[in-house]
Design a protein around this ligand. Structure first.
Ligand code: ZN
Length: 180
């Protein structure tokens, strides 16, 4: 079923394409903030949004991914491109080593999920951000056990849970699968 070419009624995207969803900015970053090259984060003062970094007032955010393994599908995972807020110190550490092999040495840092996932859940959610090798986004693992993403990350999601999550973003694939 995962490899089928079923298309979402709302957007025409195939199921495989919907295995990743991306947020282009932290929820706290105003929509009218332009997205700039990464060089702007050190070159400019004040509020800045770049491809991988965001600074809004005293808050510091890094682009990251949040992966949910798919139950029954070898090595397939649902990947949410999202943002995490980190301390100013960790932000600077990561910025200093960005795209250098040493980023991996940063290990895990505490971070807060900075997009409402699923939509409508607005509270800041605690997690740990694993700084990985260059070319790989840091990976966020939710550590709050009562958040809906926690069991999905820990145990994986079955198709029904994944459809529910996609449906919360407006993609109705479940009806296609079960009506046909
Ligand atoms: Zn859709």
């Amino acid at each position: 079923m995962l490899t089928s070419s079923r298309q979402c009624r709302c957007c025409g995207a195939t199921f495989a394409q919907l295995l990743s969803l991306a947020c282009d900015r932290p929820d706290l970053c105003p929509e009218d903030t332009p997205q700039q090259d990464n060089s702007a984060i050190s070159g400019e003062t004040g509020d800045v949004l770049t491809d991988d970094f965001c600074r809004i007032g005293d808050l510091h955010f890094l682009r990251c991914v949040l992966a949910i393994p798919l139950i029954g599908a070898d090595d397939e995972e649902f990947v949410l491109g999202t943002w995490a807020s980190v301390s100013a110190e960790d932000f600077i550490d990561y910025l200093d080593l960005f795209d250098m092999p040493e980023t991996e040495g940063l290990g895990k840092r505490p971070a807060w999920l900075s997009n409402a996932i699923p939509p409508g859940l607005g509270e800041p959610v605690a997690g740990m951000l694993n700084m990985r090798s260059p070319g790989q986004y840091p990976e966020l693992k939710i550590s709050e056990t009562n958040h809906p993403l926690y069991p999905l990350q820990k145990n994986g999601a079955d198709l029904e849970e994944l459809f529910d999550l996609l449906y919360s973003y407006g993609h109705d694939l479940a009806s296609l699968v079960y009506d046909s």
